[in-house]
Structures are given as structure tokens and as C-alpha cells.
Ligand binder design. Structure first.
Ligand SMILES: [Cu+2]
Length: 436
């Protein structure tokens, strides 16, 4: 177990997304995405964050099972004021593909580039010839590269659909060319960092194997020719082997999430396979054993309903259990949680739980095979899932929310507390007070 230290400086800078296109970005260490932070499972990571923006910011470590005090939301931490610094310090209990992003005024700060990858390795991971990280994003820009602000109508569409832009980015670049040697088998880690865009990965019809989800490796690989990756979500696949000269477009197939603006098939990047290199990759059939936390018979102890409702002020509000920015009841350390999460609205929502992994054990009444660890899961319109998760001994204030940033901002989120058994009565009073 080592201690690894990184410095992240948040600032405004000019960023070239293409040869002739420069934007006024916000980001970390003057790159989009910010630097890749790497550590091994069990390590302690120290990240010294300096804020050189003119606005406050705060960093959320998406997917990391850390202490509530490091979760990077304004209910657990004070935002870092301009000119100030904050030292994040936590251990990394899980290997997998994680990421960090601003959790303050996200609809602006994340849109402008304040995100990066956090990769946690495990010596027991399968052996690959290499690894690539693909951070998916899109930006809504004017022709001069400035960020579109829009008029009341487009802003209303943005509130409803979430903000999508026509500038598609992989690792901060528009339509990059990415090289891989022929014959190589790599681990490709996809992270959807966009505000609202659904990315349905497609490699020109080639079959590929999915090996990892939000919470690291899955039990066994799943073969497919496409996979939906919603905002906040991560998917690891096996990339390659390709033959020399092969050209592979990384595309997104249209996915209709019931928005006003309809999705189209779009290209994000081009992979070119070069001269072959010998492969040392060894990927076993059984990747990991994951025990189910619950069965479909385990009683539900909480219902979470995502919906929309009319709003006099905004036209539409985004709700959890009928309310905006809800306070949900506390959960007790060590008590298995089985939540029924439903979406009664007519559009999709990616549900994200902070600080804990869950398992989806049932989808629309059907049990799920090959359970995986998740922290973000899509709910199509009128769908219902059951998730199971265990609040381990990390009491404090946590939240769950829709990861379409505009929906989160418009109210589709809830705070709740994880409490030690002795704390329960006092906290219940507090939760009641919050409801009144
Ligand atoms: Cu939503």
C-alpha cells in the first residue's frame, strides 16, 4: 500500500479541440480532460487541489467508496474559494475506472471541461498489451468557439433534454486519430463525462467483449456489438486485436431517450491499426466472483420515484418522490438496502448513488443475471428496477441524483444520511425537520 500524491489546479485556459478550433475552457492543469490519476487498490491518494478560477469549485470522486467528508459535495465540504486550496486524502478500496469532476455549478464547470479519469489498478487484473481511456463529452459552441448561452426557448429545451452540443469530444479532442499496433489486445475504459448525451458505443458492427462496469471487473465478459453508456457511467471493453491497416470508427448509435432533439448516429474518433506487435495478453473467462447482496424475494425497504411535474416558475420540475431537492430518510450502517427505483416520467434518467456501489437485482420484474457493481444506472421511461446495496461503516451525508446535470440542478436529487445504529433517533428528528 503506497501513498500517491497529485496536484490539480483548476483554472481558465485556452484549449485546442481541433487544429483550427480553440475554446475558453475551464479545467485541471490546463488540459481537457484533467490529468489521469493512477493508483493501485489499497493505496492512499492525496490530491492537492488549488482553485485559480474566479469562482468557487469542489471535486467529487465519482464511484470511489471514500469517507463522506471527501465526497466533494456542498453538504459535506465547503467549496474551495478562488485562490484557496484543499487537500483531498482517501484510500482506494476498489480497482476500476473512476473519475473526478466539479460538483459545483456543474452545468457550467463540467460543460467547460472540469473532469478527468481516476484509474485504480489491481495486480490481479488480467494482463493486457496496453490500455486506453476514452472520456466522452460534447460541447455546445458558437462558430467562434465560445459556449452557447441561448435564448429562453433553447434554455427551456436544455432544461428538459439536458444540454447537448454538436461538438463531440474524445479526451478533449474533436475526431482524433488514435493508434494501436496490430495484434494487440488492450483494455479500453470508456467514461461518459457529458452533461446529458447518451453514448451508444459502436465499432462498425464488430463484436467486442465488455469486461468492466462502474465498480471494476464483471464476473464474466459479455459479448455485444453495441453498449449504451449514459452520463456518469463507465464501461470497460476489450479493444482489439486488429489487423494492420484496419481502420475502426468509434461511433455512437442513436438512442432515443425521448427528448425534443432526436439522437443521430455520430462519429467520435478513428482508430488505425499499425504494424503488428507480439501480444502478451491473458484474459481469463472468469474475471471475478461477485456475490449477490439480495434476491428478487428480498423485501424492498425503500421506494425512490423519479418523475417530472409542472412548475409555475420553470415550466417543468424534476422530482424525487414528488419533491425537488428532497431529503430522504436515513439508512443505518450494516442494514441491507433494497430500493425500488422507478421512473414514471416519459424520458430516460441516469440514477447515480454517491459513495456506494449497488447491484441491480431486478429490472421491470425480471431478475438480473451476471450481477455487477454499479453506481450509475439508466432508467428508461416507465421502468422500475430493484437495487441492493450495503451501507458499510462510513456514516455521514450522502446523496443520489439524476446524472443529467440539468435535471440534477432542476431538482432530481435527494440528500440522505448514513447513520451509526446509536445515532438513529436523533437523525430521524433532523430528517423530519428537513421535510417541514
Ligand atoms: Cu434526468
Amino acid at each position: 500500500m503506497n501513498t500517491v500524491t497529485y496536484n490539480l489546479t483548476a483554472s481558465a485556459f485556452e484549449w485546442k479541440i481541433a487544429e483550427t478550433k480553440t475554446i475558453k475552457a475551464r479545467g485541471f492543469n490546463k488540459t481537457i480532460p484533467g490529468p489521469v490519476l493512477k493508483a493501485s487498490k489499497g493505496d492512499t491518494i492525496i490530491v492537492k487541489v488549488k482553485n485559480e478560477l474566479t469562482a468557487p469549485t469542489i471535486i467529487h470522486w465519482h464511484g470511489v467508496r471514500l469517507e463522506a467528508s471527501m465526497d466533494g459535495t456542498s453538504i459535506t465540504q465547503q467549496p474551495i474559494q478562488p485562490g484557496k486550496e484543499f487537500e483531498d486524502r482517501f484510500t482506494l478500496p476498489d480497482a476500476g475506472t473512476f473519475w473526478y469532476h466539479s460538483h459545483h455549478n456543474e452545468t457550467e464547470q463540467m460543460e467547460k471541461g472540469m473532469y478527468g479519469a481516476l484509474i485504480v489498478e489491481d495486480p490481479a487484473d488480467p494482463v493486457f498489451d496496453g490500455e486506453k481511456i476514452f472520456m466522452i463529452d460534447d460541447m455546445k459552441l458558437n462558430s467562434n468557439g465560445s459556449f452557447k448561452t441561448g435564448n429562453p426557448v433553447t434554455r427551456w429545451v436544455e432544461r428538459h433534454d439536458g444540454r447537448e452540443g454538436d461538438t463531440l469530444l474524445i479526451n478533449g479532442k474533436e475526431n482524433p486519430v488514435i493508434n494501436i499496433a496490430g495484434g494487440q489486445t488492450e483494455r479500453w475504459r470508456f467514461i461518459n463525462a457529458s452533461s446529458a448525451r447518451y453514448f451508444q458505443l459502436y465499432l462498425g458492427g464488430r463484436k467486442f467483449r465488455i469486461i468492466g462496469s462502474d465498480g471494476g471487473l464483471m464476473q464474466k465478459a459479455e459479448e455485444t456489438d453495441r453498449v449504451l453508456i449514459v452520463p456518469g457511467e463507465r464501461v470497460d471493453i476489450i479493444g482489439g486485436p486488429f489487423s494492420e491497416g484496419e481502420i475502426i470508427a468509434i461511433e455512437s448509435l442513436p438512442y432515443n431517450r425521448m427528448t425534443f432533439v432526436k439522437a443521430k448516429r455520430r462519429k467520435y474518433a478513428t482508430i488505425i491499426a499499425g504494424q503488428p506487435q507480439p501480444s502478451v495478453a491473458v484474459i481469463p473467462d472468469s474475471l471475478r466472483n461477485i456475490e449477490s447482496l439480495a434476491s428478487t424475494d428480498t423485501p424492498v425497504n425503500r421506494k425512490v420515484k423519479l418523475s417530472v411535474g409542472p412548475s409555475l416558475k420553470h415550466g417543468i420540475d424534476f422530482l424525487v418522490n414528488g419533491d425537488v431537492h428532497t431529503h430522504d430518510a436515513p439508512v443505518e450502517v450494516g442494514q441491507l438496502q433494497v430500493w425500488e427505483v422507478s421512473n414514471t416520467s416519459l424520458m430516460d434518467h441516469p440514477f447515480h448513488l454517491h459513495g456506494f456501489f449497488f447491484q441491480v437485482i431486478e429490472e421491470n420484474g425480471k431478475g438480473v443475471e451476471n450481477v455487477k457493481w454499479k453506481d450509475t444506472v439508466n432508467l428508461p421511461p416507465r421502468s422500475k428496477i430493484r437495487i441492493a446495496w450495503m451501507p458499510d461503516n462510513r456514516p455521514g451525508k450522502w446523496m443520489y441524483h439524476c446524472h443529467i446535470l440539468e435535471h440534477h440542478e432542476a431538482g432530481m436529487m435527494a440528500h440522505f444520511e448514513v447513520v451509526s445504529p446509536a445515532q438513529v433517533p436523533a437523525i430521524s428528528d433532523h430528517a423530519l425537520a428537513c421535510h417541514n
